[in-house]
Design a protein around this ligand. Structure first.
Ligand code: ZN
Length: 144
């Protein structure tokens, strides 16, 4: 399957069944982000224990791409330490902006998401949840 087909399949799958939509029992880190050019809004809640992300809650509304990107984020960063999550988010930013090749993100759905680069107006949509995650992580004192 080529990257275009993979991109379409992964985005539609996550858009139809977004992960991370259950409210969290406890919110330790939180950030809100918006992409006015498309009208996407996202709120990210993180439940953190001993420096590790236990659960991710994604709220907000947006287009298929931003919704799918938030869903992929929820799936990918659960179980990671805050440092690891920040590293994934930074790599994702680089990959979406085309600063590194899609092959350098060897992480299943994340790699598929880089297919958005063919649609430049949608790149900001895909970036939004990752930029918001970095904001949430930076909120933490002495965070990564
Ligand atoms: Zn959008």
């Amino acid at each position: 399957m080529n990257l275009d087909d993979l991109y379409r399949d992964v985005v539609m799958d996550h858009y139809k069944n977004p992960r991370g939509r259950e409210p969290l029992e406890r919110v330790d880190l939180h950030a809100e982000g918006a992409n006015p050019s498309c009208g996407d809004e996202v709120g990210l809640d993180l439940q953190v224990e001993e420096g590790r992300i236990q659960k991710v809650g994604v709220r907000g509304r947006g287009c298929a791409v931003s919704t799918a990107s938030g869903s992929i984020l929820a799936e990918m960063v659960e179980g990671l330490t805050l440092e690891e999550a920040a590293r994934v988010a930074r790599r994702m930013k680089d990959a979406l902006k085309g600063e590194i090749g899609p092959g350098e993100i060897d992480m299943g759905d994340l790699e598929a998401l880089t297919g958005v680069r063919k649609f430049p107006v949608r790149i900001k949509c895909a970036l939004l949840p990752w930029v918001t995650l970095l904001q949430a992580l930076l909120e933490k004192e002495g965070g990564p």
